[in-house]
Design a binder for this molecule. Structure first.
Ligand SMILES: [Zn+2]
Length: 103
């Protein structure tokens, strides 16, 4: 026999783990059709890392994934085009979690 608290805690942990894993897999599957261009000079971006690691906190916990990382050949900075597709935002918190926290 167990308590309701233990049942809810176990179920919550299970759902968090499943949600986190599904989110990470789907984030990794969002591949931009094109490499992308620099937002400032529109030069094609040059890939410098195929698997740049990234972590972000979302409603299912901490998501870890890797994605291609690019730089502007004219020195206007860098970006991961996959982040733009995901509309991940600039912070360490997912847009969904950020909206919940703002309430
Ligand atoms: Zn540029």
């Amino acid at each position: 026999m167990t308590t309701l608290e233990a049942i809810e805690t176990g179920t919550q942990t299970l759902m968090q783990n499943i949600g986190r894993r599904i989110t990470e897999v789907l984030m990794g599957a969002q591949v931009p059709e094109a490499v992308g261009v620099c937002r400032e000079c529109e030069s094609p971006l040059r890939q410098v890392d195929l698997h740049r690691s990234r972590s972000i906190t979302g409603i299912f916990g901490d998501y870890d994934w890797s994605r291609p990382y690019m730089v502007c050949p004219k020195g206007h900075g860098s970006e991961a085009p996959q982040d733009r597709v995901l509309k991940r935002g600039a912070g360490q918190v997912s847009p969904k979690l950020a909206a919940i926290l703002a309430r």
